[in-house]
Each structure stands twice: as C-alpha cells, then as structure tokens.
Design a protein around this ligand. Structure first.
Ligand code: PHE
Length: 389
C-alpha cells in the first residue's frame, strides 16, 4: 500500500515548473510547438500559475485583483496568451489551442466563483463599514460673533434706508489718504500705522498700494460712482501695523456710514447715531458727542454711549465712568466733496452737505458678548466659537 501523506502546504500543492518561475508577469513564453503534448504542457504551466495565485484570495479586493490579473480586457494574462499563442497559430492548430484556451478560462472563472462563495461580502479590506452603526453627525455651523455683529449693525442702518457698499482692502494712497484730505506728509497720517506694499518707490505717491487703514476710502469711491443723494454703510476689514494685545490686532473691522443730500445737518447725524445705538444696545442707552478731529470731517466728534451693562453705576466695561466711547463721526469736509467732484460734479459743497461716521465692529462684538481678548475672534478656536452656536 502506498503511504498516505498529510496534505502539503497549499502553496506547494501544485507543481511550480521552472517555466512559471522565470516567466515575468508580463511575458508569455512562445509555444515550443503545436503538437498536442506540447500544447498540454504549455497550458498546464499556465493552469498551475492560476492555481497558485488563486490560493491567496482572502478579501473581495484580492478577488478583484485576481480577476483583473487573468481576465482584464487589456493587460489580463488570458488576453496576452490569446495574442501570443492563438493569433499567430497555423489554421489547423487553432482549434486545439482554442479548446485548451476555453478550458483554462473556465478554470479561472471557477476559481472566481469559488472565491465568491467563500469570501463573505463584508470581509472587506481594512476599512470595513458597519452599516448598522448610526451615521456620523455633521455639526451645524454657527455665525461667527464678528459676522453676527456686522450683520446686526448693517440691518439697523438698512431699516433707515441705507444700502451696503464695498471697496478693496488693498487700496491706493490716494483713496486711503489724499482724497480724504490727508495731504502727503500730514501728521494725521501717522495716527494710522499703515502697512504698505513693498517695492513701489518708483510710483507716484498717490498710486502706491497699502492695506486700507479704515473703511473711509469707500466714501470717495462710492461718491465717484453715484451722484447724491446717498445713504450707504460700508462694513469691511481694515489693517494697521498694531502689535496684538487684548484690544488691538493688526486686522480688525469697521462699519463706515455716509449720508449726503441737500440740507443734511449735524442734528441729522446726532439723531441717526442716537437711534442706531439704541437699536444696538437697548432703548435706554444715551449718547453724547465730544469735539474731535478727522481730516475728512468738519466739525468732527467722538461719540460715547451710556454704559448699557451697569446703567451707569460703574463697571469694568465702562472703566467705572458710566460711558463708553464707540464712534468717530462728523460733517463731511468740503475738501472731500471737492475730490468727489472731480468725477461727479453734483457733489458741490455749496449745494449739498453730509455726515459720515465710523465704528469698530470688533469693539462692539467684544462688548456685546463679553469677549475679553480681540485675538479670540481670529484664533479659529472651536472651544471659543462653540459658545456662540
Ligand atoms: N475712519 C476713521 C477712523 O478709522 C473713523 C471715522 C469715519 C471718523 C468716518 C469720521 C467719519 O478712525
């Protein structure tokens, strides 16, 4: 009796002939001849190769690789074998090769079928998906406190008939300073620590680019585009060369306002800002105006509101003074209308007048939401932002 051997390790169960080992993946060895034994030998070698690679099918991914390796339309072994052996065969050998070719193909398909029944469909390659788990919840976004304040201020002025204007953040010296009545070398320029774009020394000063230090340049830009009457608010980002601390940051935001018509007076300015502050901080808030200076308004004023947090009893937010300074404003200086008039003759300071104001959005947001450090508005820190969701 023949001794029964334990089964060999599966990888060795089939004869790996020298032919297979030296055959590179992409090369099909030429047939040694067209006799039936020669064809049988050649096909047996390929069949052994099929069996060898069918051994390691574990996952649906392996199965797909195997299918492509053998049945792939362009680079599959079967296609290459057909190209190498069948096409060039003499007519009477074609039938013999064709039969063996079909047997080989059936064997490959059988291996694929067998794999399909043994590999469970969810034996997925590494990232198995458990479809019974609840889905990942996508957190809803929330309005940033700065944008919320921005929208709130704009909405108050929209109700008073103001429309919204925009202008570039990279601005020329002309719009940021000169046309707002800051002549070259004027000391008021030094109060706005300006970030300038480098390498423009050869341009005339008025054309040199800088990051706008306030939203006021959009006053002139708007007047150049539209004749009076005009009522516009301009929210936007501005930049100054400030070192960051709890109340300063090189980026911040302002809302500019501009109203131009016949017979606009300082009383209109006071009434408008008083109404806006009440709408923003509550109807019991009072406003008061102090003389100030801006080159583009005359007269100019700083506006304070009564502290909405302590009812003027004194608290940290108003530094125990009962008042908080919030705005700069004034009547548009005739010199500014003269610049606007270069493009729009209707801005004749003898016929029209107007007021302008500007306030920091960050300041207002920090006050309203009790934010102690302006940097938090720009940190992108979710622990901070989630408090506003
Ligand atoms: N642009 C001024 C600033 O940034 C604020 C301002 C605007 C003052 C409009 C008066 C009128 O300081």
């Amino acid at each position: 009796m023949r001794a029964t051997h334990p089964p060999l390790l599966s990888a060795n169960r089939y004869p790996l002939t020298a032919t297979i080992k030296i055959m590179p993946d992409d090369a099909i060895p030429p047939l040694s001849g067209y006799s039936e034994p020669e064809l049988d030998r050649a096909f047996a070698a390929v069949a052994a190769e099929v069996e060898f690679s069918a051994q390691s099918l574990r996952t649906p991914g392996d199965k797909e690789d195997f299918r492509l390796q053998w049945l792939g339309r362009k680079q599959g072994r079967l296609k290459l074998i057909s190209d190498a052996w069948l096409k060039s065969a003499p007519p009477d050998a074609k039938k013999l090769i064709g039969q063996r070719f079909n047997t080989l193909k059936a064997r490959i398909e059988q291996r694929l079928d067998a794999a399909a029944s043994t590999i469970p469909a969810d034996a997925l390659d590494a990232q198995a998906i458990d479809i019974t788990l609840p889905g990942a919840r996508r957190p809803l976004g929330a309005e940033h406190p700065l944008i919320r304040t921005w929208n709130e201020i704009v909405a108050i002025f929209a109700r008073m008939g103001y429309s919204v204007g925009v202008g570039p953040e990279v601005e020329t010296d002309y719009y940021n300073f000169e046309s707002l009545n800051f002549p070259p070398g004027h000391p008021a320029r030094d109060t706005q620590d300006t970030l300038v774009v480098a390498g423009q020394e050869r341009k005339p000063l008025r054309d040199r680019l800088l990051l706008r230090t306030h939203t006021s340049p959009v006053q002139i830009r708007t007047m150049e585009q539209q004749p009076p009457p005009l009522r516009i608010v301009i929210p936007g980002k501005v930049h100054r060369n400030d070192a960051a601390d709890a109340t300063h940051y090189p980026i911040f935001h302002q809302v500019e306002g501009l109203c131009v018509d016949t017979n606009i007076t300082f009383a209109d300015l006071k009434g408008t800002l008083d109404f806006a502050m009440k709408a923003l901080f509550g109807s019991s808030v009072k406003t008061r105006f102090f003389p100030s200076f801006f080159p583009f308004t005359e007269p100019s004023a700083d506006v304070q509101i009564s502290c909405p947090f302590c009812g003027q009893a004194g608290c940290r937010k108003c530094k125990f003074s009962g008042w908080i300074e919030l705005l700069g404003c004034g009547m548009v200086d005739p010199a500014v209308f003269e610049f606007a008039r270069l493009r729009q003759p209707a801005y004749d300071p003898k016929k029209i007048s107007g007021f302008a104001f500007g306030m920091g959005i960050d300041r207002v947001a920090m006050m309203k939401y009790g934010i102690g450090d302006i940097g938090l508005l720009y940190s992108g820190d979710l622990r901070f932002l989630e408090q506003f969701a």
